[in-house]
Design a protein around this ligand. Structure first.
Ligand code: RP5
Length: 153
């Protein structure tokens, strides 16, 4: 049996069930991103939207990121918020492995160029067909507000 069939069966089995699985995944490239990305978690908490938080780097843990993104939909996630600084590949790599909506948060870090312009361009300049929604630099709260609108929550 091919993998897409298994995924379809799993989705059908869970449809309509009351599950407390998180609907939003918040991922970030480094622990150092946590203070900025916490604003997204706080906003989702305030709105009572189930979420999970993970640290994983597109460059340092590429297999972990690919596995997370590939399994996200089957696990019940509906939106992924991905924050990263510097070359900020994480949101784009996540979007390459899932068709869930991905919201990228460009972050500043100690060695940012031009106040986070490096991450802003890395996240927003995705190739046609692989979209990442991009909020403002360090504006993780807006990513959560957008996630809530996508979820109609
Ligand atoms: C990026 O590099 C991370 O998202 C972070 O913003 C930046 C610096 O990471 P650390 O050196 O603090 O781990 O990949």
């Amino acid at each position: 049996m091919s993998e897409p069939q298994i995924e379809t069966q799993a989705e059908a089995a869970f449809e309509g069930m009351e599950v407390s699985a998180p609907r939003v995944g918040i991922v970030m490239g480094s622990k150092s991103d946590m203070p900025a990305m916490d604003a997204a978690a706080q906003e989702l908490k305030k709105r009572d939207i189930g979420h999970e938080v993970r640290v994983m780097s597109a460059h340092r843990d590429p297999e972990v990121v690919a596995d997370y993104a590939k399994n996200a939909k089957m696990r019940g996630l509906r939106v992924i918020i991905a924050g990263a600084g510097l070359s900020a590949a994480l949101p784009g790599v996540v979007a390459a492995h899932t068709d869930l909506p991905v919201i990228g948060v460009p972050l500043t870090s100690k060695t940012s160029v031009a106040g986070g312009l490096d991450a802003l361009l890395s996240i927003s300049q995705m190739p046609p067909g692989v979209p990442v929604a991009c909020v403002g630099v360090d504006n993780a709260r807006n990513a959560a507000v957008l996630a809530a609108r996508i979820l109609n929550a």
